[in-house]
Write a protein that binds this ligand. Sequence first.
Ligand code: SF4
Length: 350
Amino acid sequence: MGRRITRNFNIGSVGIGSNYPISIQSMLKTKNTDVDACLTQIKELEEVHCDLIRVSVPDDKSLETFVTLQKNTNIPLIADIHYSYELAYKVLEAGAKKIRMNPGNMPDFSKIDKLVSELKNNHACIRIGVNAGSINKSYENQSEVDKIVNSTMDCLSVFENLGFHDIVLGLKSSNIQTTIECNEKIAKICDYPMHIGLTESGPLREGLVKSSIAISRLLEQGIGDTVRVSLSNSPVEEVIAAKTILKSLGLRNDVPELVSCPTCARTKINVPLLSEKIEKELAKINKNIKIAVMGCPINGIDEGKGADLGIAGGEKESIIFVKGKQVARISNENLVEEFMKYVNNYLKEE
Ligand code: SF4
């Protein structure tokens, strides 16, 4: 699948643009006043190899938190700014390598002059992140797509006129078709990297389905350099979802694949629970490996033989198989832990 050719630059240690792998990002959902909770969520995101983490910076207290968090992780943090240019200047002075601004609620573009100086001084970049719900009133007579695209272009031209081009564009709506059309339109007229995803996509199930459709249809056209699957759920779920989309389209080969059987009357083990636990463990592995979780030994081993490793569940003990061949029978107590030892050994021996 080809990529649209874009400009390339760095967000701290992470490259963005068509020369680099498509990065995965999520956002902290913890209170900025609770530094420990923020650090715990960052640790969870580190474990699942999230590439970039966005953090809201709505006030000076949050700015202090941002600085503390930045000192405690190697993942580049993106400061999410609404309403206040002053906070954008301050967070850049504090070392942020990327900020996100929403032009819809930062309409005084005369302040972009100083913003560009701060960005250049700090070798930082910016996402112009336009959301359908927060477009400036001056665009209200335009179609939904035109509103989003034109407000993006108007803001972008201010940066360009000031000679600044380390810009990522994000054009989002909660509507799939609107989001796709906006991104298609803007991708044809500029070469900036694109941040893709839906906004307010919904709770886990609805959000996953809608986001997968929108993101996949853009990626299939080569559009998209960083992905966020916005869900009313944990950031880890967002990362797992983004990885699954990229892996399924053959755009990342450092992500495990998990297959599991739909279960039936022959099922001997709680496949939904077991596969969910294994999915969480696999999210910590950045290798291309295929795992099968099957509900019974009768058909499970044979049907799961396309996987590198698998479990065929039994009532008290389950069978571990490698490429369709039984290698062990282990107790269902601590099954996940024991199985992951086999997975890690397999990866070591590969
Ligand atoms: S693997 Fe076994 S339990 Fe799962 S669907 Fe097939 S027959 Fe049923």
